[in-house]
Design a binder for this molecule. Structure first.
Ligand SMILES: Cc1cc2nc3c(=O)[nH]c(=O)nc-3n(C[C@H](O)[C@H](O)[C@H](O)COP(=O)(O)O)c2cc1C
Length: 190
């Protein structure tokens, strides 16, 4: 059976532990694989938040591309990926996606998702948000294939630890690709 490949982009916003959580859930899910690309900002933030290097994140991915590798497969619509997740997504990368300013492989891959009308999930992270951030999110949210999914804290499923909460946030980010992690506990009603 052909694996459903999800392109996973990481940027220099806070939240690199969520990237690792998403990669772990993809690896654990039958029939899915990941192709990772990290901006230079993501590498810096990974080091700061997790004391980890790009190579450590790469171990959790099935494939990895360099951010400057603009001739790599994901730069083309013929690359077989079911969609793309950007986690975390900085306001700079959000702006690049909105403007079609595809000057690195992550931005180009997101641009390809838009033109091919494949799911693009953006785990946008900034606080507070400026009118420019909100404008960029609103414009992208109007496109039917784009999901703006800020990694929000969730309390209604009564997480017992930060790790559990992160797992729920990561699982929610993957649901638009049809990847329903076993651990996912969506709202079931009162
Ligand atoms: C520790 C740290 C945390 C940051 N957190 C955020 C954030 O939450 N949101 C954001 O938009 N930028 C954040 N930044 C700034 C981005 O890393 C910066 O704008 C960078 O140029 C983004 O580039 P990239 O999207 O190519 O990774 C943070 C920077 C550092 C060093």
């Amino acid at each position: 059976m052909e694996q459903k490949k999800i392109i996973v982009g990481a940027t220099g916003a806070s939240g690199l532990p969520l990237l690792l959580e998403c990669l772990k859930l993809i690896r654990a899910a039958e029939g899915f694989s990941s192709a990772l690309m990290m901006t230079h900002g993501a590498e810096l933030t990974l080091k700061h938040e997790m004391a980890m290097e790009r190579a450590d994140a790469a171990e959790l991915a099935d494939e990895i591309f360099a951010i400057d590798e603009i001739g790599a497969g994901p730069a083309s619509g013929s690359y077989r990926a079911v969609g793309m997740l950007v986690v975390p997504c900085s306001m700079k990368t959000l702006a690049g996606i909105y403007c079609g300013y595809a000057d690195n492989l992550l931005l180009r891959s997101a641009d390809v998702m838009l033109k091919e009308k494949r799911p693009l999930v953006l785990a946008v992270r900034e606080s507070p948000l400026s009118p420019i951030h909100l404008r960029n999110m609103q414009e992208l949210a109007l496109l039917p294939t784009v999901h703006i999914v800020p990694p929000m804290l969730v309390f209604y499923n009564k997480p017992k630890s930060l790790e559990e909460m992160m797992q729920q946030i990561a699982a929610r980010l993957l649901a638009p690709f049809g990847l329903m992690a076993e651990e996912y506990r969506p709202w079931q009603g009162l």
